[in-house]
Design a protein around this ligand. Sequence first.
Ligand code: CMC
Length: 376
Amino acid sequence: MTTAPKGLEGVIAAESTISFIDGAEGVLEYVGHAIGDLAQHSTFEETVYLLWNQRLPTRSELADFSAALRERYEPPAGMRELITSLPKSAEPMHVLRTMVSALSMHDSSPNDNDPGSARSKALNILASTPTIVAYFDRHRRGLDLVAPDSSLSYAENFLYMLNGEKPTETMARAFDICMILHADHTLNNSTFAARVIISTMSDVYSALTGAIGSLRGPLHGGANEGVMHMLNEIPSVEEAESYIMGKIERKEKIMGFGHRVYKTKDPRAFALQGLAERLASDTGNQDLYAKSHKIELVMERELGAKGIYPNVDFYSATTYHCIGLKLDLFTPMFAMSRVAGWSGHVIEQLEDNRLYRPKAKYVGPHAVEYVPIEQR
Ligand code: CMC
């Protein structure tokens, strides 16, 4: 029996029309649209429509889609009480995973997987995730919850619920761009997890709950928090080089660098670098950006030849910090956006489903004699 490469590297496990990566050239497209174009011209709501329908919407289609999303910002009755009953010490990613799962109990037909129902459940989850994160954050800070405002875009509304005041146009647009950049990324670990789960004909809530569990790992979406911890550990721009050299000598991984598919700089990192630099200068965080940039230069010099370059998580840490987000909300931000991609893949999987059931190569012993417990 042949063995699959470790970590399924290079294995094609699904056909998809949602996104495309060329790891050598540093290309990412959503349904054929270059990520840089979308970051420049699109909005998150329009990008979600693109991912779920494989084409850009007309003006009236976008208006209908946005209206349907915005009228679901407030999660079902009972969720607010559930969120405010949670321990204030809980980690936001554990909260998000558990609350997305809990949404299923407020759905009268959680198991319906026909196309209309799957899309409706995806919309419920997409609309609810910012409210769950913002409600929990205010609950743990002992602040009154701020109800969503359906006149605001996804990005504006989240920052409004979190901070209790409407964001500036610059901050809202920067955050919207972050949401676009993180929305989908082919068959990454969490998306694969979502597709594997829905392939049993389980339900959309279960698939996305599993995906959130996958995303929080430090090798995946959790890396953006790891980057911020690292930046906080480095006392000054001058000390960035010796800090990174020490890590390389100890053969430790540097968070926010390297990728299974990209062997060049992640195209999302270019857009995020630009955002990080601008926001750092607007918010007096020039040192943080300078530290990040110094790390990138040292890494390129030391490990560029191995194809280890900044990934999406590297400059997103500086960007989120400048937007004013607390460190442990960085990965939930990734999740909020990636709900779009996970849902698109779940819908696509349901359209032409076959159960995922690979094999394992057994490498253990055979015909082992059973020894009674008292003789072991
Ligand atoms: N810093 C230092 N060395 C690295 C790094 C890094 N960040 N990433 C890979 N390497 C080295 C690794 O030590 C190994 O070296 P050697 O061949 O000498 O043993 C080689 O590169 C191959 O690494 P790998 O871990 O086998 O590669 P992989 O394809 O399994 O891992 C990865 C990909 C993203 C898990 C890895 O690059 C990594 O752990 N990066 C740090 C965590 C991170 O930033 N994750 C976010 C990924 S992008 C967003 C997302 O998908 O969520």
